[in-house]
Ligand binder design. Structure first.
Ligand SMILES: [Zn+2]
Length: 146
C-alpha cells in the first residue's frame, strides 16, 4: 500500500458497502469524521467512462475499519469542540496479574458520557489512568499540572 492511506468500508446512502481510501480523520464536536476517497465512474474528456475519485468527509457511522488494516499513520486533526465536552472515560476491568486501567478517549473514539476538560485532567491525575493511543487523547489534553 502506498503513502499514508488505508482502506475502509463505507456504507452508501442506499445501504451498499464498498471499499474506500481513508486519507485523514478529524474530531468534530459530535464525533469523528473521516475523509475518504470513493472511486466511481465519471465521463472522461473522450466521453468514455473513466475511474474518478470522489473525496468527502463522512461521519463515523458511515465508515468502518477493515480487519487487519493499519490506521496508525492516518493524519488526525483536532477540531476544537464546542462547550468543552470533548472526552469520555472507559474502565478496563481488573484481570489476573493486571490491574484495572482507566482510559481517557477523545469523544467519538469510545462511547460514554462526555466529560469536561477539568474532569479529564482530574481523571488523568488518578493512578492507572492513561490517555488512549488510538485517538491520541494525550495530544488533545493540555499537560496535567504536577
Ligand atoms: Zn480512544
Amino acid at each position: 500500500m502506498a503513502g499514508d492511506t488505508a482502506r475502509v468500508a463505507v456504507t452508501l446512502p442506499d445501504g451498499q458497502q464498498l471499499r474506500a481510501h481513508l486519507y485523514e480523520r478529524r474530531r468534530a464536536a459530535d464525533g469523528w469524521q473521516y475523509r475518504v476517497g470513493i472511486t466511481c465512474w465519471a465521463a472522461g474528456s473522450s466521453g468514455r467512462a473513466e475511474p474518478s475519485e470522489h473525496s468527502i468527509w463522512l461521519d463515523a457511522c458511515h465508515v468502518r475499519p477493515l480487519p487487519g488494516a493499519d490506521y496508525s499513520r492516518i493524519p488526525t486533526r483536532a477540531v476544537p469542540a464546542a462547550g468543552g465536552q470533548a472526552w469520555t472515560l472507559q474502565d478496563l476491568p481488573h484481570r489476573p496479574g493486571h490491574a484495572g486501567t482507566r482510559l481517557i478517549h477523545v469523544i467519538g473514539c469510545h462511547p460514554g458520557a462526555s466529560i469536561t476538560l477539568d474532569q479529564a485532567l482530574d481523571a488523568l491525575r488518578q493512578p492507572r489512568t492513561v490517555p488512549c493511543h488510538t485517538c491520541k487523547a494525550s495530544t488533545s489534553l493540555p499537560r496535567a499540572p504536577g
